[in-house]
Design a protein around this ligand. Structure first.
Ligand SMILES: Nc1nc2c(ncn2[C@@H]2O[C@H](COP(=O)(O)OP(=O)(O)OP(=O)(O)O)[C@@H](O)[C@H]2O)c(=O)[nH]1
Ligand SMILES: [Mg+2]
Length: 679
């Protein structure tokens, strides 16, 4: 068991497809943790281990792996880059001291790079950048470095330099340790070699830049540096580590993940540069407990059942440790500890403070749970999960599978909190929401694979609402004379718009007891029922005050039921006269696209009834903010992909309800009428 000072926890993050999974594979290989360099194409990497990850050739879930280097334990979390799975980024970032940010040497900083970087800023994480894919055509390390300094942080400083470029890339130079590595072409990198002569001038230039940045952060070193004293390699390394820990320097490394080029020096940099848990302390405050762990991911393993990945926040967790779940108060024995390497796992004896490990067979722990030896009061951190933006109605293919479907989705949502299932009270449909169409599709594939239930997706519906714009009065008498006892209820109501346009208010203005106390709530109930399905489009009615002003009752025939019906009918009559109006949800949309696509994207938003709120250019990309009706965004993902060649991204969240313009409302109302007649 490594002591906390010898642990390094690093989340590998970045834009989708920049080589995170390939890089983790290479780091594991170089360190000797695995003996074959797997590839994403062949589906043989340690951290892309699910069938659906192989099929789509991208990462879907975060995966944990570990390596040993310089007698340190390096825990690596491979984080998916696609925005559909950004919930994984949020959780992974909570349990590490550092981020390894991959950037394509061709594309430079992209939307996914900035997203990860911002989160690193928020959480105060140390960051190391790896400029990858330098073997590709048009890849350029130095251009990318300038990109990083301009767009992410001017404190990005090169510590490794490429030797040659594109297909003539032959190795890298480590300007911190002043040595070189030649390309192993997929084999293990050999021990460091002397720097090639033709590189000496460039290396001297970048060595000076590095030293300048380092001494900038350390007054003592700065003085001696300015006096012209030679600085020892160790003290420079030490000062660099301190600066990286404080987030004052972001070292930039480089290489080719798929050829295992640059990993020796990168492992050195991670181990020497990223602070240990002992140095940073617990990322979550667990005062009062002597042992505590945080579950950052629940995985469903077909053989071992549920496996929980956790970080030891405090103390030591061993197989005889029993902890209490602070959310559910359930006692959990950490009896089956596992050391995971992607999907593979081996039994483990214990985990030290700060280490990342896994445990099987817990009763009910799930992503986000805190476990401690005592019931202490702690605040579970807010992960800042983004709100799901795409919703679909789902139904099981086979009738009678409703229960099975709901169970499967519930289990998946425990693993991934950005997935939500709810029943729409308006339509009775089961609505599954996620970050994108792909996100939801992946969930359904998993439901089929793991739980054997076939689920169909239906186009999402817009949650319209209705309201009134005028005051109106109506009276309804419900009277029925059958054989025995009859039915009698009579009420008069006035309905009027509520000033803030939301909610419902019932005001009892009956005088002289023309309707006795006991029947008045029945009128209210009848009205509320009628309001669930407005007469325009069957949408719920909101923003209405109802005043019950008059009525009549019959000493024998009156009943609650009769007054409920009278209330409901009176409401419907009044509603028709009160200028009923259709409302639709307006979303705040944020789209980030390459500058050259801005014109097309804005034009398209205009056609979608969008209102532009602002534009913010940021080094080649522009973020556009607009308010757009949800009804116009149901198919936005596909359009954005085709307008931007797949380089655009968007997020949206609900702002408010607004009146639907008349010509659009007409169509919605007719559609709803047709649907009602069809059923
Ligand atoms: N030429 C070249 N290709 C690379 C390099 N690194 C990764 N690739 C390829 O780029 C593609 C994406 O690599 P991944 O490792 O899956 O990238 P990722 O960042 O894990 O992707 P997501 O998890 O989907 O965000 C794969 O086809 C890799 O083989 C590299 O250094 N050079
Ligand atoms: Mg990946």
């Amino acid at each position: 068991m490594p002591e906390p000072a010898r642990i390094r926890n690093v989340a590998v993050v970045g834009h989708r497809g920049t080589g995170k999974t390939s890089l983790v594979e290479a780091l594991l290989y170089q360190s000797g943790a695995i003996n074959r360099l797997g590839t994403v194409e062949a589906g043989t990497t340690v951290t892309d281990s699910d069938d659906d990850e192989h099929e789509r050739q991208l990462s879907i879930s975060l995966a944990l792996a570990h390596a040993s280097w310089q007698e340190r334990k390096l825990n690596l979390i491979d984080v998916p880059g696609d925005p559909s799975f950004q919930g994984e980024l949020r959780t992974a970032a909570r349990v590490v001291e550092g981020m390894l940010v991959t950037v394509s040497g061709v594309m430079g900083v992209e939307v996914g790079t900035s997203r990860a970087w911002k989160l690193g800023d928020e959480l105060g994480l140390a960051r190391v950048v790896f400029v990858n894919m330098l073997d590709r055509e048009r890849a350029d390390f130095f251009r990318t470095l300038e990109h990083l300094r301009a767009q992410l942080d001017s404190n990005c400083v090169a510590v490794h330099l490429p030797i040659g470029s594109e297909h003539e890339l032959t190795g890298i130079v480590d300007v911190l340790h002043m040595c070189a590595y030649t390309s192993p072409e997929g084999a293990r990198e050999a021990d460091p070699a002397p720097i090639p002569d033709e590189m000496s001038e460039l290396v001297a230039e970048y060595r000076e830049k590095l030293l300048d940045s380092v001494v900038e952060t350390d007054e003592g070193l700065m003085e001696r540096y300015l006096e012209g004293q030679e600085l020892g390699a160790d003290e420079v390394a030490h000062a660099l580590k301190e600066a990286v820990t404080r987030g004052e320097i972001f070292p930039v490394a480089c290489g080719v993940a798929t050829k295992n080029l640059g990993t020796h020096a990168l492992l050195d940099l991670l181990v020497e540069g990223v602070p240990s848990p002992a140095k940073k302390g617990s990322p979550i405050d667990v005062d009062g407990a002597s042992t505590a762990a945080f579950v950052f991911k629940t995985l469903a393993d077909p053989f071992a059942g549920r496996i929980n990945l956790f970080r030891v926040l405090k103390g030591r967790v061993s197989a005889d440790t029993t902890l209490v779940n602070l959310r559910s108060k359930a006692k959990e024995r950490m009896g089956t500890l596992l050391e995971v390497q992607g999907k593979e796992h081996k039994p483990a004896l214990d985990f030290a403070e700060g280490d990342l490990g896994a445990v099987a067979k817990l009763k009910e722990a799930q992503t986000g749970d805190l476990l401690a030896d005592k019931e202490i009061e702690v605040e579970v951190p807010d992960f800042g999960f983004p709100e799901p933006v795409m919703s679909f109605a789902i139904t099981p293919k086979a009738k009678g599978d409703e229960e099975k479907m709901a169970n499967a989705i519930r289990r998946l949502a425990e693993e991934d909190p950005t997935l939500r299932l709810r029943r729409d009270p308006q339509t009775g449909e089961e609505i599954l929401s996620g970050m994108s169409q792909m996100h939801v599709e992946v969930a359904l594939e998993r439901a089929k694979r793991r739980f054997g239930v076939d689920i169909e997706l239906h186009p999402p519906r817009v949650p319209y609402r209705e309201t009134i714009r005028a005051q109106a009065r109506a009276r309804h008498r419900y009277k029925k004379q059958t054989g025995g006892r009859g039915q009698f209820g009579d009420c008069e109501i006035v309905i009027e718009p509520l000033p803030d346009g939301v909610g419902y208010e019932f005001v009892d203005e009956i005088v002289g007891g023309v309707i006795s106390q006991g029947y008045r709530p029945a009128v209210d109930k009848g009205i509320q029922e009628a309001m669930q399905h407005g007469e325009l489009a069957g949408a719920p009615v909101v923003g209405v005050r109802v005043r019950l002003v008059d009525g009549q009752e019959h000493s024998v025939d009156s009943s609650e039921m009769a007054f409920k019906i009278a209330g409901s009918m009176a409401f419907k009559e009044a509603y028709a006269k009160a200028q009923p109006t259709l409302l639709e949800p307006i979303m705040e949309l944020e789209v980030t696209v390459p500058d050259e696509a801005v014109g097309a994207v804005n034009g398209d938003l205009n056609a979608r009834r969008g209102r532009l709120q602002g534009m913010e250019p940021l080094g080649g990309m522009t973020t556009i903010k607009a308010e757009v009706p949800l009804a116009e965004l149901l198919t936005y993902a596909q359009s954005l992909t085709s307008m931007t060649g797949g380089r655009g991204e968007y997020t949206m969240h609900f702002l408010r309800y607004e009146e639907v313009p008349a010509h659009v409302a007409q169509k919605v109302i007719e559609e709803a009428r047709r649907e009602r007649e069809a059923t």
